[in-house]
Design a protein around this ligand. Structure first.
Ligand SMILES: C[S@@+](CC[C@H](N)C(=O)[O-])C[C@H]1O[C@@H](n2cnc3c(N)ncnc32)[C@H](O)[C@@H]1O
Length: 248
């Protein structure tokens, strides 16, 4: 896990913004809408929260939110968000495979990042999710979509870092392992080594099998805009980087 943590900490140092934006409010709205979470008084857990901006939005709505990440620079921002939220945002700097958490959460979510490691790692995490859910609780997991990433094989795009430097992101798709691989290169400074990560992509069928091995059921599939994916959407699904799986 050390390599994974180094990757994310470096990405946070390069790209992280420390503001809560409309995008975070949009994500918070989608997660609560699809999970049917309407009373805004329960307890939630965000896994791989980054700077916990989405959790901060939920805390502002009245939920008590535990936000877990092992990424030190991102968690420093999360702690600054927690300061003004009267104990409703609880950042925990820890590895979610080993963190000791009280459980009994009515909502658990992981936005952007599920799929690091091997299937056994994902199974371990989903098994922990199941153990942390309150009776009747729901989990929302953002799952990388192989039908999208396959089409992006060998493509690249340029992104601007917080300091203005241009970075190239090159995508590859490992067909055998069904993994999206991205390689980031600083175009202005060749002394900085490129960074890479890979994420396992799951078809809905494969994800459902994995979830059921963890004792969870897929209750619905949604786009990242919160629209339910139903029969007939097949032609547009290839345009989606990921899909949201609602679990219970
Ligand atoms: C792509 S970022 C997404 C952050 C945030 N969810 C967002 O959408 O902005 C994935 C996050 O997962 C975290 N992460 C990955 N593996 C983790 C682990 N084993 N334990 C805790 N956090 C982890 C990384 O540090 C990183 O901040």
């Amino acid at each position: 896990m050390r390599d994974v943590r180094d990757y994310y900490e470096n990405q946070s140092r390069t790209f992280e913004q420390s503001a809560i934006t409309d995008e975070h409010r949009r994500i918070a709205h989608i997660i609560t809408s699809i999970s049917g979470f309407s009373d805004d008084t329960g307890t939630a857990l965000e896994l791989g929260c980054g700077n916990a901006a989405v959790s901060a939005v939920l805390a502002d709505r009245g939920l008590t939110v535990t936000a877990v990440d092992f990424n030190a620079p991102a968690m420093a921002v999360a702690r600054s968000f927690a300061e003004s939220r009267g104990g409703r945002l609880l950042p925990i700097e820890a590895d979610f495979y080993t963190a000791s958490l009280p459980g009994n959460y009515t909502l658990i979510f992981y936005w952007d990042g599920f799929g690091i490691g091997k299937d056994e790692d994902q199974l371990k995490l989903l098994t922990r999710v199941r153990s942390w859910l309150a009776p009747g609780g729901r989990a929302v997991i953002d799952v990388f979509n192989p039908y999208y990433w396959l089409q992006k094989h060998e493509t690249s795009a340029t992104y601007q870092a917080a300091n203005g430097n241009p970075w190239e992101r090159k995508i590859q798709f490992d067909f055998r392992e069904c993994r999206m691989v991205d390689v980031w290169t600083n175009l202005d400074d060749s002394s900085i080594p490129p960074r890479s990560q890979s994420l396992r992509c799951y078809t809905p069928a494969d994800f459902s099998t994995l979830a059921s091995r963890a004792g969870l059921n897929v209750l619905g599939l949604y786009t990242s805009n919160g629209e339910e994916i139903v029969g007939g959407d097949e032609k547009t699904i290839q345009e989606r980087t990921s899909f949201l799986a609602l679990l219970g």
